[in-house]
Design a protein around this ligand. Sequence first.
Ligand code: AVI
Length: 322
Amino acid sequence: MNSSPVPELSQFAEDVLDGLSSTPKHLSSKYFYDDEGSRLFQEIMRLPEYYPTRAEYRIFTERTDDICDAFTAGIGSIDLIELGAGDGTKTAVLIERFLEKGTDFTYSPIDISREANDALTARFREKFPGLRINPHTGDYFEVLGSLKNGSERRKVLMFLGSNIGNFQRDHAVGFFRELRGVMNPDDRLFIGFDMQKDPRVIVNAYDDPQGVTAAFNLNLLRRINRELGGDFELERFSHYAQYRPIECAARSFLISREKQTVTINALNRSFEFEQWEAIFMEISQKYTRAMIEELSSESGFEIETEFFDEENFYTDSLWRPV
Ligand code: AVI
C-alpha cells in the first residue's frame, strides 16, 4: 500500500486546528508571546489603563521588608524560584533588599524561553554582582522536580503578574496541585492575583483606546499566517473585550467582521467564519478573597500572609502547604 507520510503537526498547529474546528472557536492566549507579542505586552504594561503591573509593583516597593521577612520567617536561608520571570522588575526589588540585609539566598528564574532567561540573567548579573543566580530553561514541573531534593533550604516559588488569571479554574487548581507535589512542607508559594473591582476599571484595562491590546490579540493571527501559512486578513477582524462581574472574568475575543473563509496551509484546511462570529482568545480572571481562599484549600495549601496595595486592586498571597 502506498501511504503518503502525514507530516507531524507542532503543538501550536494542533492547538490552532482544535481551536478553529470547535464551536465556539477559540485560540490559546499562551501563544500570544512571540517576539512581537512580547513587545506589545511590554507596551500594555505601560498603558495608563493597565493597572495590574503598577499595583503589584507598588506592593513590592511599599512592603519590601514585610515580604522579605515573610519569606525567611523562622528560617535563615532560602532559594527564591521564579516561574516565568518576565523582565524581573518586581523581583529586583526583593533581590536588592535581600542583598542589603546579607540574607543567604539564591535566585532561580525558570522560563520556557531561553532568550528571556538569558536576557534576565545577563541584566541581573550586571545589576547585582553578588547575586547567586541559577537560571533554568524548560518546563516548570520538570525543572522543579529536578530541584525538589537539591537543597535543604526553603524554596519560595513565585508566580507573579496575575499570570494565573489566564488559566481556566480547573487548570489553575491542577497547576497549583502539581506545584504542591514538588514542594516540601516548609516551602512557600507566592502568587499575584488581580482582585475584583469596579467593572469599568477592568474593562478599560483590556480595551485601551490606543488599540495596543487589540494589536496584541490580532498579532496571534499574524503569527498563524507566518508560522502556519495562514491567510488571515487582520482588518477583517476586530478586538472585543468584556467583563462579567458575577464570574469576575474579563474575556477577549476577535470578531469576524464579515462572512469569510480562512485557509491555513500547514493544517491543509479552510475555516468558515460567519459575519460577527467570535473567536474566544483570552480569559483574565479576577478574584475575591473568598475565591483565593477556596483555590488555596482545594490545591492543598493555606494562606499564610497576604499583601494588598492601597486600593485593594491586587494582592500577593503567600501560601504554605498543608
Ligand atoms: C499576562 N496576563 C496576566 C495579562 C492579563 O492581564 O491577563 C495578559 C494581557 N492580556 C491583555 N492585556 C494583558
